[in-house]
Every structure is written in C-alpha cells, then in structure tokens.
Ligand binder design. Structure first.
Ligand code: ATP
Ligand code: MG
Length: 379
C-alpha cells in the first residue's frame, strides 16, 4: 500500500511533545515529511534539549506511523533543537527590542560572593555545548569578573562598522561573546555609579554592540537589590531571572529579597528558579562523598516556599574556583561530575525558559526618565 503524506500528518497529529503546546503538526514542530516508497522521513524542530524528550518524541513518531499508517514503514526522525523564541510584542519590537537576541536571562543573588559569576560562566559554556548561541553581558559595575573568568581581561572590544554605524564587537572566547563594564573602567579607579547611569552604560553595551544572533544573553548582575538593580532591570527587556544562593541562612534571606525585587510590580521579571551553589563539599579524590557543611535542603525549601522551580545543586569543589581563576570555566571539561551538574541545571533553565515564553508575553523595558550623572573618582 502506498504511504500518503496526509495520512502520516494525520497520524502525527495524535502526538504532542512535552512543553511544545498543541500537537506536533499544529504547533509547527514537524517541519517536513518526506516519503520514498516505504521510507518515511520526519523532520522535527523542538525547543527543549532534554534527551528524554527527544527520545520520547522519536519513539512516539516511529510507533504511531507503524501502528496507524503502515507496519512496513521504515521511519527516520531528524530532530533539531532551536532556542525558544520570545513571543513577539509589538511595543518591544518598535522600542527596546534587541534584534537577534532571543532571551536575556539575568543571574542575580542578593548576597555577594555566592557564585553568580561562576554560575553565569558555566551556564554559558553548557548552553554553547548544547548548540545555542550565547553571549554574556557582565553588568557587575562593582567588581566585573567575567573578563577574568574567560581569560580576556587584557582584550578590548574592537569597533566595527554595521550598516554605516560604528559598533563594539564583543570579545570572544570558548565560543561565547563577552562584553563587560570592566573593559571600560580602570581597575584602580573607583567609579561611583548611580542607577540610571549604570542602566545607560549597559544599554550602550547592548544596543551599540554587534552581538549578532544570540539564543541566550546572560546578564551577570552585581550583588544586592538596590537602586542600580531597579534601573538595570527596568531598562532592559529581561526574559527571566535565575537566583543563585548558597545554603547558609544569611544567603537564603538575601535570595528571598532578590526574588521579591524581581516580582515587585514596577519590575515584574519572571523568576525562572533558584540554583543552590556550594551545596555540599566534595573532596576531589572522594567524589562520592558529600558533606553538607552549610546544611542540607535550604535552597530547595526556599524555592518551594516562594513557589519557584529549584534548578539544581552545585558542589563546593576546589577545581571550580581554580578553573575560574585561570579563566577556563570548569564546565569546559567534559564528563566530570561538575560539568554534568552544570548540564543538568542548564537543561532546567532552558525548560523553564520554554515554559515562561509559552505562558507570558515578553517583558517590556521601561523608559528611563531621569538621567542622573555618574562621577569617577581616582584613588
Ligand atoms: N561551587 C564552587 N566551588 C568552589 N568555589 C566556588 C564555587 N562557586 C564559586 N566559587 C568561588 O567563590 C568565589 C566567589 O564566586 P563568584 O565570583 O562567582 O561569586 P559572585 O556571586 O559573582 O560574587 P560577587 O557578588 O562579588 O559578584 C570565587 O573565587 C569562585 O571561584
Ligand atoms: Mg560576580
């Protein structure tokens, strides 16, 4: 019996991929069906890189075609993962939208030194390993550390000409594009920033730079929940935020403030979840031993309490610190428990981004109405 494309499409309409909304034909996930005698080739594009979802989709397609179309069919499934696109918002497109940048994820904490920059660096590497195009905007005006963690602290962005306009070209290492406020401030210069000025500087790093196409831009925020944060958050169309905390009570209390800041009416940036860093100590030579020196379950409990996803735990391991110090993020090394922990967390971040983009409209930037100055004081 000749296999008809329509019959295959009707059969595929009975399958829904987790996280993709309606059935795989109507949602647009099935991008092509080709039939050569008894050979059926199905091209599928989905937005989540989770292996179990890909495997499940492939199995469902094969079984459904064999059961509903022809038991002789030889089915081949090609699956492509594409970053979740932000729903289009006409206001944003006209105003502050950033052409080519699909998702901006802010990494924040509340308390300082809990590992925001370490998490940002390693999330970026894991995302790139999954095939996403990634950039980091280091917004830490107090202590920019991304240039050091990516071993580009001696570099400066070049100027390039894009459509007759001069733009900054982000510095690149390990396939990640990086711009940092640290490229423009001298280390021995204490810069006193006011919120709107910091927001303006960051706006320039975004809009006057040639980022090209990015699936994810990670924004490494300074510690705290002050006026600077309000200005940054209000001036950029941030897709969602990820909160980093260590398990100590003091850090968790500050993380709670961080969540409250994102959720307040004048900001309203969705919180994608909490990452607990330095959850337990693992000696390198005894990787199976976990010592919960700061207590166990604090991050998970806080996430539950604040009704947000818990995205995962990262152990306290000497090599994570060493890798950061030499500018070679730990997630670059394949097959280690550390890179696996980051991969698992990154998958959760991507899944939460997919859900957020399905459920909510794009976050709008708020026009900055005051432009207070900034002064630089030489020490
Ligand atoms: N899981 C970890 N294991 C070991 N060391 C870690 C881990 N996470 C972070 N560190 C180390 O802790 C220090 C602080 O981390 P990091 O700079 O990422 O924190 P931060 O929250 O960005 O700090 P700040 O608030 O100053 O921006 C760094 O030396 C880093 O290498
Ligand atoms: Mg930092």
């Amino acid at each position: 019996m000749k296999i008809e494309k329509n019959t295959v499409l009707e059969a595929l309409k009975t399958i829904t991929v987790a996280g993709e909304g309606s059935n795989m034909v109507d949602s647009g996930a099935v991008t092509n069906v080709m039939i050569f005698a008894d050979e059926v080739i199905v091209d599928l594009t989905i937005s989540t890189p989770a292996l179990h979802i890909k495997n499940r989709a492939e199995k469902d397609i094969k079984e459904t075609i064999k059961n509903k179309v022809s038991s002789d069919a030889k089915v081949q499934v090609n699956i492509k993962v594409e970053a979740p696109a932000k729903p289009e918002n006409p206001n944003l497109i006209k105003g502050k939208a950033i052409p080519g940048i699909k998702n901006i994820i802010a990494v924040a904490s509340g308390k300082g030194g809990v590992g925001k920059s370490t998490v940002t660096s390693n999330l970026a590497i894991s995302l790139a390993k999954m095939g996403f195009k990634v950039g980091i905007l280091d917004a830490d005006i107090y202590g920019p550390s991304i240039p050091l963690m990516f071993d580009v602290f001696n570099e400066r962005p070049l100027s390039v000409n894009v459509d007759g306009k001069s733009k900054m070209k982000p510095v690149e290492n390990y396939g990640i594009k990086v711009l940092s406020i640290g490229f423009f401030t001298k280390p021995n210069q204490a810069v006193i920033w006011r919120g709107p000025m910091a927001a303006k500087a960051l706006n320039q790093l975004i809009f006057d730079a040639d980022w090209g196409e990015l699936d994810f831009m990670l924004l490494d925020l300074p510690p705290g929940t002050g006026d600077i944060h309000l200005s940054i958050m209000q001036s950029l169309p941030i897709t969602g935020s990820v909160i980093v905390s260590t398990p100590q009570t003091v850090a968790l209390a500050d993380a709670r403030k961080g969540v409250a800041m994102f959720r307040q009416d004048s900001i309203d940036v969705p919180v994608l979840g909490l990452i607990e860093n330095m959850s337990y100590f693992t000696p390198e030579e005894l990787p199976d031993n976990k010592y919960y020196i700061f207590g166990n379950g604090g991050g998970k409990n806080l996430a539950e309490d604040l009704d947000m996803p818990f995205l995962g735990e990262i152990p306290l391991v000497q090599s994570i610190r060493e890798a950061g110090d030499v500018g070679h993020p730990a997630a670059l090394q394949e097959g280690t428990p550390i890179s696996e922990a980051f991969t698992a967390i990154t998958r959760n971040v991507v899944e939460e981004t997919v859900k957020r983009n399905e459920d909510l409209p794009a976050t709008e930037a708020i026009k900055i109405t005051t432009m207070a100055g900034c002064s630089a004081v030489k020490k």
